[in-house]
Write a protein that binds this ligand. Structure first.
Ligand SMILES: [Zn+2]
Length: 105
């Protein structure tokens, strides 16, 4: 399901809605959405990889095609999530390499 909200330009938002909700991460006022938005602003806070993949990749791909100001703001909000995903992926690669070197895997 796609977000039912309209952007400031009057266009349908179009971003995938949160599971069980009518609106996306950015337009929903639910506790879930507020929680996700709060986490996005707390760069040092922990967000699971599953959440990162569910929110960031799916929404970001849709947002990437849009050029309006609201979409640009939404993309900026996703940057902390994407940064964390990249950091975690890099850390995981280092751990795997170390584990192989030590003969653990
Ligand atoms: Zn929306």
């Amino acid at each position: 399901m796609r977000c039912q909200a309209l952007t400031r330009t009057g266009q349908p938002c179009g971003v995938p809605a949160l599971k069980g909700e009518d609106c996306c991460l950015f337009h929903s006022d639910s506790e879930t959405a507020q929680s996700y938005r709060k986490r996005a602003h707390e760069q040092a806070g922990y967000v699971s990889r599953r959440e990162l993949l569910g929110i960031a990749t799916k929404d970001f791909r849709d947002l990437a095609a849009k050029t309006d100001a609201e979409s640009q703001r939404q993309r900026l909000r996703l940057i902390p999530l994407l940064s964390q995903l990249i950091n975690e992926t890099q850390q995981l690669s280092k751990l795997k390499r170390l584990a192989k070197e030590k003969g653990l895997i």
